[in-house]
Design a protein around this ligand. Structure first.
Ligand SMILES: N[C@@H](CCC(=O)N[C@@H](CS)C(=O)NCC(=O)O)C(=O)O
Ligand SMILES: [Fe+2]
Length: 336
């Protein structure tokens, strides 16, 4: 079965697409975004996938690709041609644009060539409205009518369209609009250049490798943490036990649980989840905070609340007291 996820970067309104085979766990990621590499990596890991390659639909002008960061983490190939499926050259937005079509032609990833009820612009990076018209009319809208089309951007929140819909309703390229009409329209859009064009294009020509190490997204240094797709940093029980003396542990269970059979972690401070927003001043801002509960769910919420309250170094104990005990870490109180 095909595993499929559409991911969004709100800064550049870019969609990235994760495609994987549920049998082999091999995955591809189309058009990853630099700033979202950590999120994308978390999803790949949570779904138990092996990232084989990242693919680009073109050299983007408005954001930097996450390809290099993901290669560094997973060893994935960059822009290797798709292991399965078809790559169609669809120039026009830039000269090197491609559309990826999956094997059975049920889905295609059109990059910035065909957008939903629109098209990419053609006024930079060897863009060419004539080439785009031909790309769309002969290589995209000739796919089966039910083929779903996924663009690299949408600026209004639309997510997907189909060949049949765009053939009928695309105001720039659908119906009986001729090449000259399209060219005239595209040559008069008068759009300002993307804000990041002078940074994005050179960086993307190097697959998204930053110039300086200082441009790399910094991971928290106070403990080895894992980032979840839900956006929460987690600490494993062993890492917490090793560092417990240097940290603050806040237990967000109910008072009866704190003194109940699961016991508690030595030195932990009880602040039930519901009281945390009002009582966060009882925690010091000078030491990292680890939130703990029974299973790790309420403490995940607690870590979100603490971040909102301005604590910068916060993590959730993965698996809560249940995992902590199951892995044999010391507890205070509780029953054997
Ligand atoms: N305001 C955006 C503009 C982004 C932009 O121009 N996007 C290109 C794709 S890289 C495009 O074709 N946009 C189509 C449109 O804005 O209609 C920015 O500064 O980044
Ligand atoms: Fe683009």
């Amino acid at each position: 079965m095909l595993i499929f996820r559409q991911l969004f970067d709100p800064q550049s309104s870019t969609y990235s697409y994760l495609l994987a085979d549920s049998r082999t766990h091999e995955a591809l990621l189309i058009d990853p975004v630099f700033e979202q590499a950590r999120r994308d990596a978390a999803l790949i890991q949570e779904l138990g996938l092996k990232l084989v390659a990242t693919l680009e639909t073109h050299i983007h002008a408005d954001h930097v690709t996450g390809g290099w960061l993901l290669k560094r983490q997973f060893g994935s190939d960059i822009a290797a041609s798709a292991a399965s499926g078809e790559v169609r050259a669809t120039p026009g937005h830039t000269h090197g644009c491609v559309t990826y079509v999956i094997d059975d032609e049920s889905m295609a990833f059109t990059g910035d060539c065909l957008l939903i009820r629109g098209s990419g612009r053609t006024d930079f990076q060897q863009g060419d409205p004539r080439a785009m018209y031909r790309s769309v009319r002969s290589h995209i809208l000739t796919l089966p009518p039910t083929c779903l089309l996924y663009p690299a951007h949408d600026y209004t929140g639309l997510t997907v369209t189909s060949v049949a819909e765009e053939r009928r309703f695309n105001p720039r390229l659908g119906g009986d609009i001729g090449e000259a009409d399209f060219v005239g329209y595209m040559n008069n859009l008068g759009l300002p250049h993307p804000k990041l064009i002078d940074i994005a294009v050179p960086a993307n020509l190097k697959c998204g490798q930053p110039e300086r190490d200082t441009a790399l997204p910094a991971d928290p240094a106070w403990a080895p943490l894992t980032f979840t797709f839900a956006g929460i940093w987690e600490i494993q029980p062993e890492a917490l036990e090793e560092r417990a003396a240097k940290l603050q542990i806040v237990d967000v269970r109910q008072p009866d649980e704190y003194i109940g059979p699961l016991g508690r972690i030595h030195g932990s401070k009880l602040i039930p989840l519901g009281e945390l927003p009002a009582r966060s001043a009882e925690l010091s801002r000078d030491r990292p905070v680890v939130a703990v509960c029974r299973s790790g769910a309420r403490s995940a919420q607690a870590s979100v609340l603490l971040r909102k309250a301005g604590f910068s170094d916060v993590a959730n104990l993965a698996g809560g007291m249940l995992r902590w005990r199951a892995e044999g870490h010391p507890v205070e109180g509780g029953r054997e």
